[in-house]
Design a protein around this ligand. Structure first.
Ligand code: SF4
Length: 357
Protein backbone atom coordinates (compact mmCIF):
# COMPACT_ATOMS: atom_id res chain seq x y z
CA UNK A 1 0.00 0.00 0.00
CA UNK A 2 1.22 3.55 -0.74
CA UNK A 3 2.58 5.62 2.07
CA UNK A 4 1.52 9.22 1.46
CA UNK A 5 2.75 10.65 4.75
CA UNK A 6 6.14 12.32 5.11
CA UNK A 7 8.11 13.05 8.26
CA UNK A 8 9.57 16.53 8.78
CA UNK A 9 13.12 15.23 8.14
CA UNK A 10 12.15 13.46 4.92
CA UNK A 11 10.39 16.63 3.85
CA UNK A 12 13.43 18.85 4.26
CA UNK A 13 15.60 16.20 2.67
CA UNK A 14 13.32 15.90 -0.39
CA UNK A 15 13.03 19.64 -1.04
CA UNK A 16 16.76 20.23 -0.45
CA UNK A 17 17.81 17.51 -2.91
CA UNK A 18 15.32 18.63 -5.54
CA UNK A 19 16.27 22.31 -5.26
CA UNK A 20 20.01 21.55 -5.44
CA UNK A 21 19.40 19.51 -8.60
CA UNK A 22 17.25 22.28 -10.08
CA UNK A 23 19.88 24.93 -9.48
CA UNK A 24 22.44 22.81 -11.28
CA UNK A 25 20.37 21.42 -14.17
CA UNK A 26 17.32 23.62 -14.85
CA UNK A 27 17.00 24.73 -18.48
CA UNK A 28 17.52 28.49 -18.98
CA UNK A 29 14.01 29.33 -20.21
CA UNK A 30 13.08 32.98 -20.91
CA UNK A 31 10.13 33.05 -18.48
CA UNK A 32 12.49 31.95 -15.71
CA UNK A 33 14.42 35.23 -16.08
CA UNK A 34 11.48 37.36 -15.01
CA UNK A 35 9.28 37.93 -12.00
CA UNK A 36 6.74 39.86 -14.08
CA UNK A 37 3.43 38.08 -13.33
CA UNK A 38 2.02 39.05 -16.73
CA UNK A 39 4.96 37.49 -18.63
CA UNK A 40 4.67 34.32 -16.51
CA UNK A 41 0.92 34.25 -17.20
CA UNK A 42 1.57 34.47 -20.97
CA UNK A 43 4.12 31.65 -20.76
CA UNK A 44 1.77 29.41 -18.76
CA UNK A 45 -1.07 30.01 -21.22
CA UNK A 46 1.21 29.12 -24.14
CA UNK A 47 2.71 26.07 -22.45
CA UNK A 48 -0.65 24.36 -22.00
CA UNK A 49 -0.65 21.50 -24.53
CA UNK A 50 2.46 22.88 -26.29
CA UNK A 51 6.13 21.97 -26.10
CA UNK A 52 8.67 24.36 -24.57
CA UNK A 53 10.78 24.64 -27.75
CA UNK A 54 7.72 25.59 -29.78
CA UNK A 55 6.61 28.19 -27.26
CA UNK A 56 9.89 30.17 -26.94
CA UNK A 57 9.72 32.19 -30.22
CA UNK A 58 5.98 32.80 -29.79
CA UNK A 59 6.56 34.01 -26.22
CA UNK A 60 9.14 36.60 -27.33
CA UNK A 61 7.03 37.76 -30.26
CA UNK A 62 3.86 38.02 -28.19
CA UNK A 63 5.51 40.07 -25.44
CA UNK A 64 7.13 42.35 -28.01
CA UNK A 65 3.74 42.93 -29.59
CA UNK A 66 1.78 43.15 -26.28
CA UNK A 67 4.32 44.07 -23.57
CA UNK A 68 1.77 44.81 -20.83
CA UNK A 69 -1.67 43.71 -19.66
CA UNK A 70 -2.94 47.10 -20.86
CA UNK A 71 -1.57 46.53 -24.39
CA UNK A 72 -3.15 43.09 -24.59
CA UNK A 73 -6.50 44.30 -23.24
CA UNK A 74 -6.64 47.16 -25.77
CA UNK A 75 -5.65 45.11 -28.84
CA UNK A 76 -8.18 43.97 -31.48
CA UNK A 77 -8.96 40.25 -31.01
CA UNK A 78 -7.85 39.52 -34.56
CA UNK A 79 -4.34 40.90 -33.82
CA UNK A 80 -4.08 38.63 -30.76
CA UNK A 81 -5.20 35.59 -32.75
CA UNK A 82 -2.69 36.43 -35.47
CA UNK A 83 0.15 36.50 -32.92
CA UNK A 84 -1.04 33.10 -31.75
CA UNK A 85 -1.23 31.60 -35.24
CA UNK A 86 0.74 28.35 -35.37
CA UNK A 87 0.45 27.64 -31.63
CA UNK A 88 -3.03 26.10 -31.92
CA UNK A 89 -5.74 25.91 -29.26
CA UNK A 90 -6.78 29.51 -29.98
CA UNK A 91 -9.20 29.47 -27.09
CA UNK A 92 -6.17 30.09 -24.85
CA UNK A 93 -5.42 33.36 -26.68
CA UNK A 94 -8.99 34.52 -26.44
CA UNK A 95 -9.19 33.69 -22.74
CA UNK A 96 -5.85 35.39 -22.09
CA UNK A 97 -7.18 38.58 -23.62
CA UNK A 98 -10.50 38.31 -21.75
CA UNK A 99 -8.46 37.76 -18.59
CA UNK A 100 -6.32 40.84 -19.29
CA UNK A 101 -9.47 42.94 -19.74
CA UNK A 102 -10.87 41.56 -16.49
CA UNK A 103 -7.63 42.33 -14.60
CA UNK A 104 -7.75 45.87 -15.96
CA UNK A 105 -11.34 46.37 -14.83
CA UNK A 106 -11.34 44.63 -11.47
CA UNK A 107 -7.72 44.75 -10.31
CA UNK A 108 -6.48 48.01 -11.77
CA UNK A 109 -4.27 46.20 -14.28
CA UNK A 110 -2.30 44.17 -11.70
CA UNK A 111 -2.67 40.40 -11.36
CA UNK A 112 -3.67 39.57 -7.77
CA UNK A 113 -1.50 37.15 -5.75
CA UNK A 114 -4.42 35.45 -3.99
CA UNK A 115 -5.11 32.05 -5.68
CA UNK A 116 -8.89 32.38 -5.14
CA UNK A 117 -8.93 35.77 -6.85
CA UNK A 118 -6.71 34.39 -9.61
CA UNK A 119 -9.23 31.59 -10.21
CA UNK A 120 -11.98 34.18 -10.69
CA UNK A 121 -10.21 35.56 -13.81
CA UNK A 122 -11.24 34.10 -17.21
CA UNK A 123 -8.86 31.39 -18.38
CA UNK A 124 -7.23 30.81 -14.98
CA UNK A 125 -8.09 27.39 -13.54
CA UNK A 126 -6.67 25.60 -10.49
CA UNK A 127 -3.39 24.66 -12.22
CA UNK A 128 -2.67 28.15 -13.54
CA UNK A 129 -3.70 29.79 -10.24
CA UNK A 130 -1.17 27.55 -8.45
CA UNK A 131 1.52 28.26 -11.04
CA UNK A 132 1.01 32.04 -10.84
CA UNK A 133 0.71 32.15 -7.06
CA UNK A 134 3.88 30.14 -6.56
CA UNK A 135 6.07 31.14 -9.53
CA UNK A 136 5.09 34.81 -9.82
CA UNK A 137 4.35 35.56 -6.14
CA UNK A 138 6.37 32.89 -4.28
CA UNK A 139 3.33 31.61 -2.36
CA UNK A 140 3.36 27.87 -1.50
CA UNK A 141 0.42 26.65 -3.63
CA UNK A 142 0.84 23.52 -5.78
CA UNK A 143 0.59 23.74 -9.57
CA UNK A 144 -0.47 20.25 -10.62
CA UNK A 145 0.12 19.53 -14.30
CA UNK A 146 0.80 16.25 -16.11
CA UNK A 147 4.52 16.27 -15.23
CA UNK A 148 3.83 16.83 -11.54
CA UNK A 149 1.12 14.15 -11.45
CA UNK A 150 3.58 11.69 -12.95
CA UNK A 151 6.36 12.49 -10.47
CA UNK A 152 4.17 12.42 -7.37
CA UNK A 153 2.14 9.31 -8.24
CA UNK A 154 5.44 7.48 -8.79
CA UNK A 155 6.98 8.72 -5.58
CA UNK A 156 3.89 7.56 -3.70
CA UNK A 157 3.16 4.53 -5.93
CA UNK A 158 -0.38 5.89 -6.01
CA UNK A 159 -2.47 3.13 -7.58
CA UNK A 160 -5.78 4.93 -8.08
CA UNK A 161 -6.73 6.66 -11.31
CA UNK A 162 -4.63 9.82 -11.20
CA UNK A 163 -6.99 12.55 -12.33
CA UNK A 164 -9.91 11.97 -10.00
CA UNK A 165 -10.73 14.66 -7.42
CA UNK A 166 -9.53 12.36 -4.62
CA UNK A 167 -6.17 11.62 -6.29
CA UNK A 168 -5.59 15.30 -7.05
CA UNK A 169 -6.35 16.10 -3.44
CA UNK A 170 -3.76 13.56 -2.24
CA UNK A 171 -1.17 14.99 -4.66
CA UNK A 172 -2.00 18.55 -3.56
CA UNK A 173 -1.71 17.63 0.10
CA UNK A 174 1.60 15.81 -0.41
CA UNK A 175 3.14 18.78 -2.27
CA UNK A 176 1.90 21.20 0.42
CA UNK A 177 3.82 19.10 2.95
CA UNK A 178 7.04 19.38 0.93
CA UNK A 179 7.14 23.14 0.31
CA UNK A 180 10.37 24.62 1.67
CA UNK A 181 10.25 27.97 3.45
CA UNK A 182 10.70 30.94 1.13
CA UNK A 183 11.43 28.95 -2.03
CA UNK A 184 7.94 28.18 -3.39
CA UNK A 185 8.89 29.69 -6.77
CA UNK A 186 11.88 27.38 -7.29
CA UNK A 187 10.21 24.34 -5.70
CA UNK A 188 7.18 24.44 -8.02
CA UNK A 189 9.41 24.80 -11.06
CA UNK A 190 11.78 22.08 -9.89
CA UNK A 191 8.98 19.50 -9.59
CA UNK A 192 7.83 20.37 -13.13
CA UNK A 193 11.39 20.25 -14.41
CA UNK A 194 12.01 16.86 -12.84
CA UNK A 195 8.97 15.55 -14.73
CA UNK A 196 10.15 17.15 -17.97
CA UNK A 197 13.80 16.03 -17.84
CA UNK A 198 14.15 12.98 -15.59
CA UNK A 199 10.86 11.36 -14.61
CA UNK A 200 9.86 10.80 -18.24
CA UNK A 201 6.65 9.02 -19.23
CA UNK A 202 8.61 6.18 -20.87
CA UNK A 203 12.03 5.15 -19.57
CA UNK A 204 12.33 7.47 -16.56
CA UNK A 205 15.98 8.19 -15.78
CA UNK A 206 15.85 6.93 -12.19
CA UNK A 207 19.62 6.50 -11.95
CA UNK A 208 20.03 10.26 -12.46
CA UNK A 209 17.10 11.24 -10.27
CA UNK A 210 17.95 13.44 -7.26
CA UNK A 211 15.04 12.02 -5.24
CA UNK A 212 15.45 8.37 -6.11
CA UNK A 213 15.83 7.40 -2.46
CA UNK A 214 12.50 9.09 -1.67
CA UNK A 215 10.66 7.34 -4.48
CA UNK A 216 8.66 4.16 -3.86
CA UNK A 217 8.45 3.36 -7.59
CA UNK A 218 12.20 3.51 -8.33
CA UNK A 219 13.29 0.05 -9.50
CA UNK A 220 9.67 -1.08 -9.39
CA UNK A 221 8.39 -0.41 -12.94
CA UNK A 222 7.64 3.31 -12.45
CA UNK A 223 6.05 3.46 -15.94
CA UNK A 224 2.96 1.87 -14.36
CA UNK A 225 2.18 5.27 -12.82
CA UNK A 226 0.15 7.40 -13.15
CA UNK A 227 -2.80 5.05 -13.44
CA UNK A 228 -4.84 6.18 -16.40
CA UNK A 229 -8.50 6.04 -17.23
CA UNK A 230 -9.17 3.62 -20.08
CA UNK A 231 -8.85 5.77 -23.18
CA UNK A 232 -11.85 6.05 -25.46
CA UNK A 233 -11.40 6.62 -29.14
CA UNK A 234 -12.15 10.17 -30.25
CA UNK A 235 -14.96 10.46 -32.78
CA UNK A 236 -14.11 11.46 -36.34
CA UNK A 237 -16.09 13.69 -38.70
CA UNK A 238 -15.97 13.67 -42.48
CA UNK A 239 -15.48 17.21 -43.81
CA UNK A 240 -15.58 18.41 -47.42
CA UNK A 241 -13.35 21.46 -47.97
CA UNK A 242 -13.97 23.67 -51.01
CA UNK A 243 -11.07 25.70 -52.33
CA UNK A 244 -12.72 28.10 -54.75
CA UNK A 245 -10.64 30.40 -56.90
CA UNK A 246 -11.77 33.56 -58.64
CA UNK A 247 -9.00 35.34 -60.60
CA UNK A 248 -6.07 35.32 -58.16
CA UNK A 249 -8.28 35.12 -55.08
CA UNK A 250 -9.73 32.37 -52.89
CA UNK A 251 -12.95 32.40 -50.91
CA UNK A 252 -12.50 32.24 -47.12
CA UNK A 253 -15.22 32.05 -44.48
CA UNK A 254 -14.90 33.36 -40.93
CA UNK A 255 -16.02 30.78 -38.33
CA UNK A 256 -18.64 31.83 -35.77
CA UNK A 257 -17.62 33.90 -32.71
CA UNK A 258 -18.13 30.98 -30.33
CA UNK A 259 -17.36 27.26 -30.44
CA UNK A 260 -14.56 25.31 -32.08
CA UNK A 261 -11.85 27.52 -33.71
CA UNK A 262 -14.06 30.56 -33.12
CA UNK A 263 -13.31 33.59 -35.29
CA UNK A 264 -10.64 31.89 -37.45
CA UNK A 265 -10.76 31.88 -41.26
CA UNK A 266 -11.04 28.76 -43.40
CA UNK A 267 -12.21 27.55 -46.80
CA UNK A 268 -15.88 26.54 -46.99
CA UNK A 269 -16.09 23.48 -44.77
CA UNK A 270 -19.09 21.13 -45.06
CA UNK A 271 -19.90 18.34 -42.58
CA UNK A 272 -20.71 15.25 -44.65
CA UNK A 273 -22.15 11.80 -43.95
CA UNK A 274 -20.05 8.84 -45.10
CA UNK A 275 -22.47 7.96 -47.93
CA UNK A 276 -22.79 11.51 -49.34
CA UNK A 277 -21.17 12.39 -52.64
CA UNK A 278 -18.61 15.19 -52.19
CA UNK A 279 -19.00 16.60 -55.72
CA UNK A 280 -22.77 16.86 -55.28
CA UNK A 281 -22.33 18.59 -51.92
CA UNK A 282 -19.84 21.04 -53.46
CA UNK A 283 -22.12 21.78 -56.42
CA UNK A 284 -25.10 22.35 -54.12
CA UNK A 285 -23.08 24.68 -51.87
CA UNK A 286 -21.87 26.84 -54.74
CA UNK A 287 -25.37 26.96 -56.23
CA UNK A 288 -26.85 28.16 -52.90
CA UNK A 289 -24.03 30.49 -51.85
CA UNK A 290 -22.51 31.81 -55.10
CA UNK A 291 -25.46 31.54 -57.48
CA UNK A 292 -23.83 29.03 -59.90
CA UNK A 293 -22.99 25.32 -59.83
CA UNK A 294 -19.21 24.78 -59.93
CA UNK A 295 -17.51 21.52 -60.86
CA UNK A 296 -14.92 20.43 -58.31
CA UNK A 297 -11.89 18.20 -58.68
CA UNK A 298 -10.33 16.18 -55.87
CA UNK A 299 -7.03 17.57 -54.52
CA UNK A 300 -5.99 15.66 -51.39
CA UNK A 301 -6.95 14.41 -47.94
CA UNK A 302 -5.79 15.70 -44.56
CA UNK A 303 -6.51 15.12 -40.90
CA UNK A 304 -6.93 17.74 -38.22
CA UNK A 305 -7.02 16.47 -34.64
CA UNK A 306 -8.60 18.25 -31.68
CA UNK A 307 -8.84 17.18 -28.05
CA UNK A 308 -12.27 15.59 -28.39
CA UNK A 309 -12.71 14.98 -32.11
CA UNK A 310 -10.92 14.50 -35.41
CA UNK A 311 -11.70 15.95 -38.80
CA UNK A 312 -11.06 13.71 -41.81
CA UNK A 313 -10.76 16.35 -44.52
CA UNK A 314 -11.29 15.83 -48.24
CA UNK A 315 -10.09 18.83 -50.24
CA UNK A 316 -11.69 19.78 -53.54
CA UNK A 317 -10.92 22.71 -55.84
CA UNK A 318 -12.90 24.64 -58.44
CA UNK A 319 -12.54 27.89 -60.33
CA UNK A 320 -15.10 30.63 -61.01
CA UNK A 321 -14.67 31.42 -64.71
CA UNK A 322 -17.76 33.56 -65.40
CA UNK A 323 -17.27 37.13 -66.54
CA UNK A 324 -19.63 38.27 -63.86
CA UNK A 325 -18.18 38.40 -60.32
CA UNK A 326 -19.42 35.73 -57.90
CA UNK A 327 -21.56 36.55 -54.88
CA UNK A 328 -19.82 36.81 -51.54
CA UNK A 329 -21.64 34.71 -48.91
CA UNK A 330 -22.19 36.11 -45.38
CA UNK A 331 -19.06 36.17 -43.11
CA UNK A 332 -16.85 35.48 -46.16
CA UNK A 333 -14.52 37.33 -48.48
CA UNK A 334 -12.21 36.79 -51.45
CA UNK A 335 -8.50 37.11 -50.64
CA UNK A 336 -5.21 37.18 -52.52
CA UNK A 337 -2.61 34.75 -51.14
CA UNK A 338 -0.69 37.58 -49.48
CA UNK A 339 -3.87 38.93 -47.86
CA UNK A 340 -4.82 35.42 -46.78
CA UNK A 341 -1.49 34.99 -45.00
CA UNK A 342 -2.25 38.00 -42.79
CA UNK A 343 -5.46 36.42 -41.42
CA UNK A 344 -5.67 34.16 -38.35
CA UNK A 345 -6.47 30.88 -40.12
CA UNK A 346 -7.42 27.31 -39.25
CA UNK A 347 -4.38 25.00 -39.39
CA UNK A 348 -5.45 23.01 -42.47
CA UNK A 349 -5.75 26.23 -44.51
CA UNK A 350 -2.18 27.20 -43.63
CA UNK A 351 -0.96 23.70 -44.49
CA UNK A 352 -2.79 23.75 -47.82
CA UNK A 353 -1.50 27.17 -48.73
CA UNK A 354 2.11 26.26 -47.95
CA UNK A 355 1.80 23.00 -49.93
CA UNK A 356 0.42 24.75 -53.01
CA UNK A 357 2.90 27.66 -53.05
S1 SF4 B 1 13.18 7.72 -9.07
FE1 SF4 B 1 12.46 7.40 -11.12
S2 SF4 B 1 10.25 7.17 -10.93
FE2 SF4 B 1 10.97 8.05 -9.03
S3 SF4 B 1 10.74 10.26 -9.29
FE3 SF4 B 1 12.81 9.75 -9.89
S4 SF4 B 1 12.73 9.37 -12.11
FE4 SF4 B 1 10.64 9.32 -11.31
Amino acid sequence: MSNTRTSATQRTDFAAKLLAWYQRWARPLPWRDTNDPYAIWVSEAMLQQTRVETVIPFYHRFLNRFPTIQDLAAAPEEAVLKSWEGLGYYRRARLLQQGARDVLTRFNGKLPADPDLLKSIPGIGPYMAGALASIAFNIPIPAIDGNVIRVVTRILTWEEEARTARSLQVIHHWIMEQFPTDAAREFTQSLMELGALICLPKKPRCLHCPVQSNCQAAGNVPERYPTKKIAREIPSERRIILRIQWNEKHLLVRRPETGLLAGLWEYPNIAAKLNEDALTLGARWTHDQLGRILEFRFISTMTQVFTHRRWDLEIYAAEWKENQAPRTPPNSDWFLQTEEAALPRVAFVRRLQSETK
